[in-house]
Write a protein that binds this ligand. Structure first.
Ligand code: SAM
Length: 282
């Protein structure tokens, strides 16, 4: 991924917004303007005083102001220097407001949670980085109480998908292994400026505590799920062959003629446990 995201943007990709800000496509900028949708998201978050709330991508502050009012303290992470500057000015002298200017993918949430307790992370996310961002957050889930995000509707469907559906894949298995996934409501393109080309949806992700699954080596679990879904049309015999010694492969407690989307999260957990016992295959 190109982590050196410059501020420069081609005029063709920019649209006029209040405060003379030009929406930057490269930062996934679609700003919420619909007061009812904003209110519904804030009510879904249910912010309360004393909680440690982090907003990813505050932009022009559509969610920021109501969140700050409700929880009394808020940290926001914004990559766009112009928007960060506007927010800094607007909230100057408010000790309850903390602005981190930078890339959310570089943030160490463990350090943010230190001494404060587990984090509530929220935001209308930049859709162009949503998958790497979700994986970045999963790695730091030990420090996260819950997350409420606006995402592309198609991504929310993938997060919540059940086996044997088209939307079910690596993202579904990895997220559902670590979190309870609760799709909340859909949001049409007209709620944003500029309007995105896709529908959006709000989802709540709550890291399991305790996990309903037996513990497995997470590295092996991730490797297994990645391999299984690497070629969706291939059978499990083909996709899992590189991971298991040949005799062990044939003894796996699954139908190897099936494809990856037929297995549930607990099946993958069971296979990861067997993989752990087998040791690495060269
Ligand atoms: N919260 C605002 C709203 O709802 O109107 C803006 C949402 S907009 C979809 C996404 C925001 O995330 C933008 O403000 C954008 O500049 C910011 N952003 C994009 N990439 C980012 C990154 N890597 N780190 C932090 N913020 C980012």
């Amino acid at each position: 991924m190109n982590r050196d995201r410059s501020r420069a943007e081609a005029p063709a990709a920019a649209q006029e917004l209040p405060f003379q800000h030009r929406a930057r496509k490269r930062f996934g900028q679609n700003f919420l303007h619909d007061a009812q949708v904003i209110d519904r998201i804030v009510r879904a978050i249910r912010p309360a005083p004393g909680q440690t709330v982090i907003e990813i991508g505050p932009g022009q502050g559509a969610l920021t102001t109501p969140l700050l009012t409700a929880c009394g303290a808020l940290t926001v992470i914004e990559i766009d220097r112009d928007l960060a500057g506007q927010l800094r000015q607007r909230h100057a002298g408010e000790p309850a407001f903390t602005l981190v200017e930078g890339d959310v993918l570089d943030q160490d949430f463990a350090a943010m949670a230190a001494g404060l307790g587990n984090l509530r992370i929220v935001g209308n996310l930049p859709y162009n980085i949503s998958t790497p961002l979700l994986f970045h957050l999963l790695k730091q889930r030990a420090f996260i109480h819950d997350m409420v995000f606006m995402l592309q509707r198609e991504v929310v469907e993938r997060l919540a998908a059940a086996p044997d559906s088209e939307a079910y894949g690596r993202l579904s298995v990895m997220m559902q292994y670590h979190c309870a996934v609760e799709p909340l409501f859909n949001v049409p393109p007209g709620a944003f400026t500029p309007a995105p080309k896709v529908d959006s949806a709000v989802v709540r992700l709550t890291p399991h505590r305790p996990s309903p699954f037996p513990p497995v080596d997470e590295g092996l679990f991730g490797k297994l799920v990645k391999a299984a879904f690497s070629q969706r049309r291939k059978t499990l015999r083909n996709t899992l062959k590189p991971l298991f010694p040949a005799p062990r492969l044939e003894q796996l407690p699954v139908d190897l003629q099936q494809r990856a989307e037929t297995l549930g999260v607990s099946d993958y957990v069971r296979l990861a446990g067997i993989l752990e016992q087998c040791g690495p295959v060269e």
